[in-house]
Ligand binder design. Structure first.
Ligand code: ATP
Ligand code: MG
Length: 364
C-alpha cells in the first residue's frame, strides 16, 4: 500500500463536474457550495481515483457518467505525492465495459488502492440503526488493517455460499459435504471472532482519546461484539454446528453463524442509540471514525486521505470549532465540504487551508 496525498485532479464526464484541473493542498481543503452543485460528486471522484469504486452502494457506470456527455467514457487524471515528495500520475479511463488505469503512463494490470476514509452525514444514523451497516463497517475497516481478517472473511463467505447452495438443493443427500463445510466454518469463525475482539479493544483506547481531544469531554466509547460464540473454542463452535445442522436442513439455508453477529455502540456503558442525543450520536460516531484513522496510522505509520461530507448537522458551533481545531492539529490530508453558511464562516477562518467554491460543477 502507498501512502499519498492528492495534489491535483481532473475529471471528464464525471457526473456534473467540469473538466478543469483542481489543485489541493496537503492539509485542509474546504469545498463550499449550495445544495446540488457538486460537492459530494467531487468527493466521489476523489474516492473513485483512490479505490476505483464509488462510495455509493451499487453505483453503475451509467449513474456516474455525465448525462450531458457526448461520449460514454469517463477520464480521470490525478497526481499524488508520496511521503518522500515523489509525484505519481494516476490516470483512468472508465467505460461501461472496462476500467483501465495507468501509473505514470504505464498501463496497470491491478488497480492500486490509495487509502482513503469517507465520512458522510448519514452514516452516524445508519451506524446506530442498521445492524448490517455496523457489520459491514467492521468487516471493511478491519479488512483494511488486517490481511489475516480479509483472507479469513473471504474464505468464510465462500464456505457459507457453498453451504447455502447445498442446503437449498437436496440437503439430505449432501449431509456429509455440509459436515465438512461446517468444520471449515468453525475454523474461520474462531479466527474472525478473535480478530474482531482484538480490533474493538484496540479501537476502544483511541475512541476515548479522540472523543476527549475533538469534543473536549471525557466519555468511554466502546463497540461491543454480540455473538453466541465469543468465548467458544473452535471445538465448541463445531459442536454448535453439529447440534443445529438439522434445523438448517429443514429451512434450507444457514440460520446461524458469525455473519449474523452484531455490535452495540456503548457510550459510558449505555447503548448510544437509546441513550444519546442525535448530536452525541454524531460525536460518538465521528470519534469512532477518527479512532479508526489513528489505529490505521499506528499500523501503517501513515494516515489515509480523509474526505468529510458536510457533517455540521446536529453539532453546535463549539463542537464545530473543536472539530476544526482537531483537523488543524493533525497532519492528514482532509477534504471537507459544507453547504451550511455558518459552518462555512468557521471553516473560512482556517489559515493555511485551501478554499474551493463550487457552482454548477465549476470550481474556483
Ligand atoms: N450522471 C450525472 N450527470 C450529470 N449531473 C449529475 C449526474 N449525477 C448527478 N448529477 C447532478 O449532480 C448534482 C448533485 O451533486 P452533489 O450531490 O455533489 O451536490 P452537493 O453539492 O453535494 O449538494 P448537497 O449540499 O445538497 O449535498 C445534482 O444537481 C445532479 O443533478
Ligand atoms: Mg452533498
Amino acid at each position: 500500500m502507498n501512502f499519498l496525498k492528492l495534489k491535483s485532479l481532473q475529471v471528464t464526464n464525471f457526473r456534473n463536474l467540469n473538466n478543469d484541473i483542481v489543485h489541493f493542498n496537503s492539509g485542509i481543503n474546504c469545498i463550499f457550495g449550495n445544495n446540488g452543485n457538486g460537492k459530494t460528486n467531487l468527493l466521489e471522484a476523489i474516492y473513485y481515483v483512490c479505490l476505483k469504486k464509488s462510495f455509493r452502494k451499487n453505483t453503475s457506470f451509467q449513474q456516474i457518467v455525465s448525462v450531458d456527455s457526448g461520449k460514454p467514457e469517463i477520464l480521470i487524471s490525478s497526481a499524488f505525492e508520496s511521503q518522500n515528495e515523489i509525484l505519481t500520475a494516476l490516470t483512468g479511463k472508465i467505460t461501461s465495459k472496462e476500467n483501465q488505469w495507468y501509473q505514470d503512463n504505464k498501463a496497470l494490470k491491478s488497480k492500486p488502492k490509495i487509502p482513503v476514509v469517507f465520512i458522510n452525514p448519514f452514516d452516524s444514523f445508519s451506524f446506530h440503526t442498521i445492524p448490517a451497516f455496523r457489520r459491514s463497517w467492521v468487516d471493511q475497516n478491519l479488512s483494511l488493517v488486517s490481511e489475516e481478517y480479509k483472507s479469513a472473511l473471504s474464505k468464510y463467505n465462500n464456505v457459507l455460499k457453498q453451504r447455502n447452495a447445498l442446503l437449498s438443493k437436496k440437503p439430505h443427500k449432501f449431509l456429509e459435504q455440509i459436515k465438512v463445510l461446517d468444520d471449515q466454518m468453525a475454523l474461520y469463525s474462531k479466527i474472525l471472532i478473535d480478530l474482531r475482539l482484538h480490533f474493538i479493544s484496540d479501537l476502544k483506547i483511541y475512541c476515548k482519546e479522540t472523543f476527549k481531544i475533538i469534543f473536549d469531554e471525557s466519555h468511554d466509547l466502546e463497540l461491543k461484539l454480540e455473538s453466541k460464540f465469543i468465548d467458544a473454542t473452535q471445538d465448541k463452535i463445531k459442536e454448535y454446528f453439529d447440534q443445529n445442522r438439522e434445523k438448517d436442513v429443514i429451512i434450507g439455508h444457514t440460520s446461524y453463524g458469525i455473519h449474523r453477529d452484531d455490535y452495540v455502540f456503548l457510550f459510558d456503558g449505555f447503548n448510544s442509540f437509546e441513550f444519546c442525543s442525535l448530536g452525541q450520536q454524531k460525536m460518538s460516531y465521528l470519534s469512532l471514525i477518527f479512532a479508526y484513522i489513528e489505529l490505521f496510522r499506528y499500523k501503517f505509520n501513515s494516515y489515509p486521505i480523509v474526505l468529510i461530507d458536510d457533517v455540521s448537522g446536529e453539532l453546535d458551533s463549539r463542537r464545530w470549532n473543536n472539530l476544526i481545531n482537531y483537523l488543524e492539529a493533525k497532519d492528514f490530508q482532509v477534504i471537507i465540504t459544507t453547504a451550511n453558511e455558518n459552518f462555512k464562516v468557521e471553516l473560512e477562518k482556517i489559515s493555511n487551508s485551501k478554499k474551493l467554491y463550487i457552482e454548477d460543477g465549476f470550481l474556483k
